[in-house]
Design a protein around this ligand. Structure first.
Ligand code: ADP
Ligand code: MG
Length: 635
């Protein structure tokens, strides 16, 4: 037996490791299983290149919990280590990693979230163990070694009589970490981190019906048949799928395989995804994965199912901020890359060139997939549009490259459910929908119900009205208006339709200028001046007499500030409306010619309330008064 001092300058490293990694103690298991996996794949490689002349067999990693003795065993059948290798890899190299870690993060004591991702590797075992043993037998023809360390920088190493190849790590669990001695806890961790591990992981056994057993059926003297119970046998309980869909070639997978994998990944999710995108690139970085567009749902559980980041089939995190562009965070699925530096802080990650390229690549793949779906089956794409539009619109706003591609497949549905691309819609309406200044007016509604009467009027004149109802669409309109010449999005209720779109046959005013000057103050006296601006217009006599409109500019600024357009302070803009009065309507002549002031005011108030009612602006006491007045009028 020999004794030594681990080569480390920090006197008491273990209490420090414990403290630093406090919030993420559980990763010890992931780290030790990763080492066991590495040891097994390394052996496979050495055999393949003829360096190791041993039988590979069908190696497993076994996890055993020995609650009575407060121990956890992690055993692999990998390449093992000689005593010299333990010296080198465990005592020197592994520790230098720990030192480097402490050096880097000594000033960031509180930011445990960052540190959780630092692959401290082997020494993370000391977060939960007061003593760690390694019993390891190399594939080389050398005696097995037994290393023991109790958490001080001192260790012992001696020979061991282990004869089968591989490494067993024994953790003597500390009293404050006894939770890890529960089978259920270990099972949870294995499911979280290792359910797609490359090497099979055995955790206990399970009973299955013995496939070789044929139950006998016997007859008693009355002729009654009884079949003996099926014999059960214990088999290894393998907790992982070593070959998840994303590691396969897209050509080898059917649609059904992708659907099955979605279910495997999110067992609690009963809704199917809309479509998937298989990521597969090996230059200039390595990345595989499958992303799914989910159906929009109110189900809150669904929002917990996020994109999972793996590194060589080991779960790392479901916080993919920085790696997956923001607008795609709503997607589901898996990405796996050995090239994403995980042992560094998030801020570093965002500045990292490789990571930026990954994010750009994902954006491009998603855009290409959407473009091909649109081309292949437009009808189906239109059906899915409502579920995917928010993601696409958000992408168009936040990524210029995505905007350029999405312009070709982003859809603009009309209130009658006909879908246009932007280009198609422009072509269809450019000759018929111009304003006085020659701008091309794109009419839209935000809600078929709220703007019903305005939509009807526009349609009656033969205009197309889009239904643009997603929360960020006002930002998108703003962007389209600046990227295209002379295009103005205008909500149907922004003004009377005849004022929005130029017609050849403008109505001639039936009132003289004098009459108009008389009418204006009569109306103004009956409406709140701070909120409403009275606007006298000569329109068709069959258009509404009173009409409330919401000027496009003000309304849109308000909407944009509400959805974070960076227009600070705009949220407190006052409500502003126009009251458009159609001076060619017979009712307006009546108002002008009514003898008593009392009756005139009643007519104005009633007409004004009706106009408010059609904009859904009549509430509370005003509504009560309106109803009362209406009954008075008809009795
Ligand atoms: P890393 O895995 O990043 O190299 P670790 O601290 O996890 O760092 O492990 C240090 C080294 O110890 C490994 O590189 C490997 O050489 C050796 N090692 C650890 N666990 C095993 C194992 N189960 N079998 C063989 N070698 C191992
Ligand atoms: Mg490791």
């Amino acid at each position: 037996m020999s004794k030594g001092n681990i080569n480390v300058s920090v006197e008491n490293i273990f209490p420090l490791i414990k403290k630093f990694l406090y919030s993420d103690h559980e990763i010890f298991l992931r780290e030790l299983i990763s080492n066991a996996t590495d040891a097994t794949t390394k052996l496979k490689h050495l055999i393949a290149i003829g360096e190791a002349k041993v039988e590979y067999g069908s190696p497993q990693i076994e996890i055993k919990v020995d609650k009575d003795n407060q121990k956890i065993h992690i055993t692999d059948q990998g390449l093992g280590m000689t005593a010299d290798e333990v010296e080198k890899y465990i005592n020197q190299i592994a520790f230098s990693g720990a030192e480097e870690f402490l050096e880097k993060y000594k000033d960031e004591k509180n930011d445990t979230g960052v540190i959780g991702h630092f692959g401290l590797g082997f020494y993370s075992a000391f977060m939960v163990a007061e003593k760690v043993e390694i019993i390891t037998k190399s594939y080389k023809d050398e005696k097995a070694a037994h290393w023991t360390c109790d958490g001080s920088p001192e260790y012992t190493i001696e020979a061991h009589d282990k004869t089968d190849r591989g490494t067993e790590i024994i953790l003597h669990i500390a009293d404050d970490s006894k939770e890890f001695l529960e089978d259920s806890k270990i099972k949870d961790l294995l499911t979280k981190y290792n359910r797609f591990n490359q090497i099979p992981i055995k955790f206990g056994t399970k009973k299955i019906n013995d496939p070789d057993f044929i139950p006998k059926t016997t007859k008693d003297k009355d002729g009654k048949e009884t079949t003996e119970p099926h014999k059960q046998i214990d088999v290894d309980n393998i907790i992982n799928n070593t070959n998840p869909a994303w590691t396969k070639k897209p050509a080898d997978l059917e649609d059904e395989d992708y659907k099955n994998f979605y279910r495997e990944l999110y067992p609690m999710q009963f809704e199917e995804s809309l479509f998937h995108i298989h990521l597969n690139v090996d230059y200039p970085f390595n990345l595989t994965g499958i992303l799914y567009f989910p159906k929009l749902t109110q189900n809150l559980d669904m929002q917990k199912d996020r994109i999972q980041l793996y590194q060589n089939q080991v779960f790392v995190t479901d916080n993919v901020e920085g790696i997956v562009p923001d607008f795609l965070q709503m997607l589901k699925g898996v990405i796996d890359s050995p090239d994403i530096p995980l042992n560094v802080s998030r801020s570093y990650l965002q500045a990292d060139g490789a990571v930026k390229k990954i994010s750009g690549y994902i954006t491009k793949k998603v855009a290409d997939k959407l473009a091909s779906l649109f081309k292949k089956d437009r009808e189906d794409f239109e059906k899915k549009w409502n579920d995917i539009k928010v993601i696409i619109e958000y992408g168009m706003l936040s990524e210029e490259k995505f905007f350029d591609k999405a312009k070709k497949f982003a859809l603009y549905p009309t209130v009658d459910n006909t879908f246009f691309t932007f280009e198609e819609f422009i072509k269809k309406t450019k000759d018929t929908q111009k304003d006085k200044d020659g701008n091309h007016i794109i009419l839209y509604a935000a809600s078929k119900d709220a703007q019903h009467s305005y939509i009807q009027e526009a349609k009656a004149k033969g205009y197309e009205v889009l239904l643009l109802d997603s929360p960020i669409v006002s930002h998108l309109m703003q962007k389209l208006e600046t990227s295209e010449e002379k295009i103005r999005f205008t909500r149907v209720d922004a003004d009377h339709i005849d004022n929005l779109i130029k017609k050849d046959d403008t109505a001639i005013s039936k009132l003289s200028d004098e009459e108009k000057e008389k009418l204006q103050p009569m109306i103004e006296a009956n409406i709140p001046k701070e909120t409403y601006t009275v606007q006298l217009e000569a329109m068709d006599s069959n258009a509404s007499p009173f009409l409330i409109t919401v000027p496009e500019f003000m309304r849109r600024m308000k909407e944009m500030s509400a959805t974070g357009g960076g227009m600070m302070g705009m949220g407190s803009l006052p409500e502003m409306y126009n009251l458009v009065v159609n001076i060619n309507h017979p009712l307006v002549s009546d108002i002008l010619n009514t003898k008593t002031e009392k009756k005139r005011n009643r007519l104005i108030k009633q007409s004004f309330d009706l106009a408010k009612l059609s904009q859904n602006l009549l509430h509370g006491e005003e509504l009560t008064n309106f109803i009362k007045r209406s009954y008075d009028l008809i009795k």
